[in-house]
Design a protein around this ligand. Structure first.
Ligand code: ADP
Ligand code: MG
Length: 535
């Protein structure tokens, strides 16, 4: 088996045995599957942790993505093998459920597969391995509950939330600004959170980015920012106390359709048509004014003549606003989207304290800020950065941080990171293995070894001696009976993750273990692979 790169720099996996055979059975099948899964895990292993490496992936059309996020790396890779695809799915499901921990889950699954291979070689039946893993995963998940901490937070004391988000961001490229970004993420989540129901609708947080400025200029806006400008340069740049009509219907005179026949054979007829068109639009503008609108936001465009008229009649307008943005604007301003022009009424107007146009740089780039909205439950995180790749990666990193903050609002339990939780689970699982008389105990012990792979990878990626560091930390945990000792990746001087403020969410860690075990069990249970021999 080898990992190769095609002419676009995309990695792919070559499974030598599978080129000749169309069918693999029994142990051969399991081994081939295991090595495919492990190959994927090996790619991600170096990306784990605060000192993890980033990957640069180039798409066939030349787009470059630089990322540290496990789910994104796998998403961008063209994986051909079906088992390797399962690992991609694994990372994706962690991303859907939790948002963070997408690298760790794959590394964990890879380690479980590696251990399983050894067990299979010793002649243990795959089903016994799968059963042992199941038992062990339950022990580990229960143990996590025991070492987890609950913390209290309120809107006045958001520090614990910020610290946890900072741990998530510390392994990303945006590490430099983790404090500021973590605060933005927490404030954004709290702004849209329903603390009574313990739920957060992340759809209400709009993440917008624009190239230029510095990462430090990234800001949270209590309102909506849209990448659009007023349709006419002479319209006002600033509207206070705006009453906004949000239209998804055309805002222009109806165009003659080609299937109707309009005979215009005299100048007079043309004039009448023109006047009628003008009058039609003039009536529309008047109707907007009558209901009290001071700004019109349309999904569709209108032509230059209409634009000119709007300017004359002093009704600012914004055109070509996307559907998702319209919905957010409607939520934020408490307005209703008007799908038929006749239905426009004063109550359907949205309200915002301030709508302003802001220009950036020297490129005549303008954006529209809608602030001080009637219902502030919709916010925008506006990212600035040196280039597009940086902005995209910041978006992904913020997604992780937002998910972590949301998970903490749902369940405010945390475990300590830096591999400390895994080491503690490993010790607990190892100890529990003795209670099982059957062959499963081998699998349970192997599960404990697999848990060690996370701290090992963290140490290795930080340039430490992996085995030495792990054994030292492990014996410290046992000696001091302190489950918070982990790998000191940043060379702070203490292994106590409680002191270092390295937190992760409990549900995230539990989900990692459960998902990894599930996939590994599934892979182990495949003993026959029938695939087309040529393609
Ligand atoms: P994932 O995609 O799985 O979240 P990351 O690259 O974000 O992968 O790495 C997360 C791992 O790094 C976790 O095990 C976490 O505990 C660890 N980690 C994060 N920050 C630190 C730190 N400052 N010191 C030690 N370990 C850390
Ligand atoms: Mg992370």
């Amino acid at each position: 088996m080898a990992l190769a790169f095609d002419e676009y720099g995309r990695p792919f996996i070559i499974l030598k045995e599978q080129e000749q055979k169309s069918r693999l059975r029994g142990l051969d099948a399991q081994k081939a599957n295991i090595s495919a899964g492990r190959a994927v895990a090996r790619i991600l292993r170096t990306s784990l942790g605060p000192k993890g490496m980033d990957k640069m992936l180039q798409s066939p059309d030349g787009d470059v993505v630089i990322t540290n996020d496990g789910a994104t790396i796998l998403e961008q890779m063209d994986v051909d093998n079906q088992i390797a695809k399962l690992m991609v799915e694994l990372s994706r499901s962690q991303d859907y459920e939790i948002g963070d921990g997408t690298t760790g889950v794959v590394v964990m699954a890879g380690a479980l597969l590696e251990q399983a291979e050894k067990l299979l070689e010793r002649g243990i039946h795959p089903i016994r391995v799968a059963e042992g893993y199941e038992v062990a995963s339950r022990i580990a998940v229960d143990h996590l509950e025991r070492i987890a901490h609950k913390f209290d937070f309120s809107e006045a004391n958001i520090e614990p939330l910020v610290q946890t988000c900072m741990t998530t961001l510390s392994s990303k490229i945006v590490n430099r600004c983790k404090r500021a970004l973590a605060e933005i993420a927490v404030k954004a989540v709290l702004a849209v959170a329903d603390l009574e129901r313990k739920d957060v609708n992340l759809d209400l947080i709009k993440v917008e980015g624009k190239v230029g400025g510095k990462l430090e200029d990234t800001e949270l806006i209590y309102g909506i920012v849209v990448d659009k400008d007023m349709s006419h340069p002479q319209m006002p740049k600033r509207i206070e106390d705006a009453k906004i009509a949000i239209l998804t219907c055309p805002f222009e005179p109806p165009k003659p359709k080609t299937k109707h026949k309009v005979d215009i054979d005299t100048v007079e007829k043309f004039q009448t048509l023109r006047e009628q068109e003008q009058k039609y639009f003039d009536d529309m503008v008047q109707k907007c004014k009558d209901v009290g609108a001071t700004l019109v936001i349309c999904q569709w465009g209108f032509d230059d003549e209409a634009n000119h008229l709007l300017m004359h009649r002093n009704l600012p307008a914004v055109r070509w606003v996307g559907g998702v943005e319209l919905e957010l604007i409607a939520i934020a301003t408490g307005g209703r989207i008007v799908p038929r022009f006749q239905e426009l009424t004063p109550e359907k107007l949205g309200r915002a304290g301030l709508v302003r146009e802001k220009s950036f740089g020297t490129t005549k780039d303008r954006m529209l800020y809608i602030e001080q909205c009637a219902n502030s439950k919709a916010v925008t995180i506006f990212i600035r950065g040196g280039n597009k790749m940086m902005i995209e990666e910041t978006k992904r990193s913020l997604h992780d941080a937002l998910c972590v903050a949301r998970n903490l609002i749902r369940n405010n339990s945390i475990v300590y990171g830096g591999g400390s939780a895994e080491i503690s689970c490993s010790i607990a699982v190892e100890a529990a293995a003795d209670r099982y008389p059957g062959v499963e105990q081998y699998a349970i012990r192997s599960f404990a070894d697999a848990l060690d792979s996370i701290p090992l990878a963290l140490a290795e990626n930080s340039g430490l001696q992996p085995i030495d560091t792990l054994t030292a930390v492990k014996s410290q945990q046992v000696k001091e009976n302190n489950p918070y000792c982990g790998i000191d990746c940043n060379d702070v001087g203490t292994t106590d993750m409680q002191e270092q403020n390295v937190f992760e969410t409990l549900i995230g860690k539990q989900q990692q273990i459960l998902l990894a075990t599930q996939v590994v069990k599934m892979i182990l249970k495949i003993d026959d692979v029938i695939a087309p021999s040529e393609y």
